[in-house]
Design a protein around this ligand. Structure first.
Ligand SMILES: [Zn+2]
Length: 308
């Protein structure tokens, strides 16, 4: 059995696979409480796995947000979420708890591996990933190889590409990052401060979410529509930065906001291909079939490769 664990900012998703089979034996999602640190998350994951199965896994795969040294299996740097996980010895935990080897990956890298190996972009050798979730995660594959770079940062910093000089302060501490405008928490906060909010149907919502903003726009709320357009503008800037940096044949959207977002994919595709530097070329924008599990699918790919 192969066990994949995706430590997301909001939820931890687990999936068990049988070697050689794409469909998961079981999947589970639990809240991550990532602000409470790594240990509590590991304890709860262990409990949930033991409730599910007594079988010793052959291998485990872990994905985390942040800079992951996939060779030494360490989280080098993380932005607030699971703060005390930096430098934590995950292999030691895995050996002690489950007695099996471990593979580790940055979550966006894993999602891209998953989608190009088994998902919506099978066979694509040049692809970029954009995860639209709590934050914005990115990754790139060029000529069939996942980019890693000198410091494990290649491809994955797209959420912190600057879209506004001296702009809004980002949760990472820098200014004007894409995530400071288009991250779920940042965007919903900004909507409340926009003129016209008080008159919008959104002001009567208990808790404002990306989902409720999209739903109100769909129902014809003019203010909500404007906000969705503003958000798409940020996505357009971010996705074009990725396309210009990595020259992919396709962009893959995943993450909670990408769910059922064919219309968004169409908009981004049209935007990219309409740019002056894109004359004569065509980049497709694809949506992950099951955005909640792109990451665990990629961990499965890493685990299969490790086992040979
Ligand atoms: Zn940032």
């Amino acid at each position: 059995m192969e066990l994949a664990i995706d430590f997301g900012g909001t939820n931890i998703k687990m999936a068990a696979f049988e070697k050689g089979k794409k469909e998961a034996l079981w999947t589970e999602s639990i809240p991550s409480y990532s602000d409470r640190g790594m240990e509590q998350a590991l304890v709860r994951v262990q409990e949930h796995i033991l409730q599910r199965t007594q079988e010793k896994p052959d291998i485990m795969g872990i994905a985390l947000p942040g800079i992951v040294d996939s060779e030494r299996k360490r989280l080098l740097t993380v932005n607030k979420k699971f703060k005390n996980a930096e430098g934590f010895d995950f292999q030691e935990w895995c050996s002690r708890t489950f007695g099996c080897p471990l593979v580790m990956e940055n979550d966006a890298n894993a999602a891209l591996l998953g989608e190009t190996a088994y998902g919506c972009a099978v066979g694509k050798k040049n692809a970029v990933m954009m995860i639209l979730g709590t934050g914005i995660g990115t990754a790139a594959v060029i000529d069939g190889r996942l980019l890693r770079g000198s410091h494990y940062r290649a491809g994955i910093m797209g959420g912190h590409s600057v879209i506004q000089i001296k702009g809004r302060k980002c949760n990472c501490g820098a200014y004007g990052c894409l995530e400071a405008y288009a991250g779920a928490a940042e965007f919903t906060d900004s909507v409340k401060k926009e003129p016209g909010f008080a008159e919008s149907t959104l002001s009567t919502e208990g808790e404002l979410t990306m989902k409720s903003i999209f739903a109100a726009a769909e129902k014809g709320d003019a203010f909500a529509k404007e906000q969705v357009e503003r958000l798409i503008g940020y996505y357009e800037a971010g996705v074009l930065n990725l396309v210009y940096a990595y020259d992919p044949e396709c962009v893959i959207l995943s993450g909670g906001i990408a769910k059922g977002s064919a219309a968004l994919a169409g908009r981004l595709e049209k935007f990219i291909n309409g740019q002056p530097w894109m004359t004569g070329v065509s980049v497709s924008v694809l949506v992950a079939e099951n955005p909640d599990f792109s990451v665990t699918l990629g961990l499965r790919k890493r685990m299969e490769d490790y086992q040979g």
